[in-house]
Design a protein around this ligand. Sequence first.
Ligand code: NAP
Length: 253
Amino acid sequence: MRLDGRVALITGGTSGIGKATAELFAREGARVAITGRNAERGESVVADITRAGGSAIFIAADVRAAADCRRAVEATVTAFGRVDILFNNAGVFFPKTVPDCTEAEWDETIDVSLKGAFLMSKYTLPVMIAQHRGVVIHTSSGWGLVGGALGAAYCAAKGGLIVMAKAMAIDHAKHGIRVNCICPGDIETPMLDDDAKKRGMDLDAYLVSCADRPMGRIGTPAEIAKSVLFLASDDSSFMTGAALVVDGGGVAD
Ligand code: NAP
């Protein structure tokens, strides 16, 4: 029970990495608020956590909208009284070169990952500062550290999160707040299926190409959730401003 008594707010908790993390955090004793736009998937995650004896709520929110982010933080504090962990995990990916990327796709990529993390942090940090305690984790990517084919907008957003975390870590260490990034490699989630479709590739062939890394396979959402738990818990008590790569050796290659 490494998160006993803690309250976690997770964006993109309706699917993939966010869902697996919400479920693990609840098993580790946290009360969990998950957000996303899809209420049906959100309520289903809450039902699963509740059935397993955990405590969770769903708040429908689009991280691109300041009013939604503010409401998500307020609803979490109303339900659970505090926010100890903010996991800025919502993200989208459009595989495009710069000439092919529309302005709308660029804006959505940056607004969901980077501006969303800014807005959620903007409304959560005052709560954490008043508590003199908190942990913020952004979901970056291996592609926040190195470039990737058809990834200009995504790499810009994910790279931005890594230096944003460092700047936040400097500003808020004195408030008892740690800020880090998790950098997953290819992980078996709906985002990867969607990516194969957008590239017009057969899913099996695409997954084989994604597995081309030293460990010879892609990762699971549960493997990322365990690393996020490490960053969220006191096990990482001397870590701030760091980017933790969990990618089967992908960016080491
Ligand atoms: P996923 O299953 O597609 O989940 C994406 C999540 O983001 C969903 O819960 C979705 O919720 C949420 N989201 C998207 N747009 C949103 C918006 N405007 N407002 C609020 N929530 C929004 O993909 P995933 O792989 O778990 O991705 C989670 C994070 O990991 C992303 O930041 C992604 O970039 C990153 N990542 C993934 C991989 C990978 O290989 N899968 C690798 C590196 C990094 P709703 O649909 O309910 O809005």
